[in-house]
Design a protein around this ligand. Structure first.
Ligand code: SF4
Ligand code: MG
Length: 337
């Protein structure tokens, strides 16, 4: 399988200024050495609680915020080495959809203007064809072409997200990053938008990086899933393997929290205590150790590597010192959770 996007050793440290001279006194380590590939035509999801670095990862990949370190290879080119002009050529191939499409569009513009503007900026569609393209896009996302001359506020949340999707599609991208794209919508509307995204993926061969805090949502769209905690990848697996064969205690905790009567989902009911620690001074060793019911001494000092479980092959990897023993039942919770 061909990787359309390769992220290697990505770090995003935001400086914290302090003192009377406004010097950098510390850093928020929002993303700390994250690597993954996104294969052409797949949906790779990133899940985790707010503050785990998932959105920051998405933004860094697109260079909306310049990453501190690492490589981002898109379609064979390390885009972090490109100058602004060269980068602009790639912008049209990589689009992003946000939770609130309203936040990134001019509310005074009509949908037609919004869509046309995107085509203009990227010079993606010749002027004479733009009206036809608007019509086509409206149809593609399930909105009537006659609605193109209305304003965003005249649409419901779900329709507005369809407009956001149409805008992303208007420049004919290869990769779409969806950052909490359905999180603000009602469950039934969520399902509709997810079905639309799936349909568009089949039709146009799109690749998705789908970012969400909600494993329940992610389950309906993903081929593979990355779980992040405090700036680190803690587990990566194909969807089925993640739900039925999860290795990392944090993944298990996230799964415990989603309502499901589904036997396909392996759950051990791990309830998390406390809050996510600050990414300014993340815990030593395994960053999850302050909340992990399985933590032992080694967890407090040694950083666990992302690896296959012993005896397991393939792409399922997790970062936990005790994953084999937890799995076999040999290692029981060591602290009262
Ligand atoms: Fe828990 Fe230790 Fe595994 Fe981290 S390495 S998840 S603290 S058992
Ligand atoms: Mg976010």
């Amino acid at each position: 399988q061909k990787a359309l996007l390769k992220v290697n050793g990505l770090k995003q440290y935001f400086p914290i200024k302090g003192g009377i001279f406004g010097r950098t006194v510390n850093h928020v380590k929002a993303v700390d050495d994250v690597s993954f590939d996104v294969y052409e035509g797949e949906t790779l999801s990133i899940v985790g609680e707010s503050g785990c670095g998932k959105s920051t990862t998405g933004r860094a990949v697109l260079r909306l915020d310049e990453p501190t370190e690492g490589e981002v290879e898109f379609d064979g080119t390390n885009i972090l080495e490109l100058n602004k002009k060269e980068m602009n050529k790639f912008r049209k191939d990589m689009q992003i959809i946000f939770q609130d499409p309203y936040a990134s569009i001019n509310p005074r513009h009509t949908v037609r203007q919004i869509l046309t503007e995107a085509m203009e900026i990227q010079n993606a569609v010749p002027k004479k064809d733009r009206n036809d393209r608007v019509k086509e896009l409206m149809d593609t996302v399930g909105l009537g072409p006659h609605q193109a001359d209305r304003h965003p506020h005249e649409f419901s949340g779900g329709q507005r997200q369809r407009i956001g999707i149409a805008r992303a599609l208007s420049v004919d991208p290869k990769l779409i990053i969806a950052d909490e794209a359905v999180s603000a919508l009602d469950v039934s509307i969520q399902a509709q938008v997810i079905n639309l995204l799936k349909k568009l993926q089949r039709e146009f061969g799109l690749t998705y990086l789908f970012i969400s805090h909600d494993l329940g949502v992610v389950r309906h769209i993903s081929d593979r899933i990355i779980v992040m905690y405090l700036g680190k990848v803690v587990e990566i697996a194909d969807k089925k393997s993640l739900f039925t064969n999860n290795m990392h205690p944090y993944t298990k905790a996230l799964l415990s929290a989603i309502p499901s009567t589904d036997l396909e989902v392996k759950k051990e009911r791990i309830t998390l205590k406390g809050d996510v620690p600050s990414p300014i001074d993340p815990p030593e060793g395994c960053r999850f150790h302050t909340r992990c019911p399985f933590a032992t001494d080694i967890c407090r000092t040694k950083v666990p590597e992302l690896r296959n479980a012993e005896g397991m092959k393939g792409g399922h990897r997790a970062a936990c010192h005790h994953m084999e023993a937890i799995r076999s039942g040999e290692h029981q919770p060591t602290v009262n959770a």
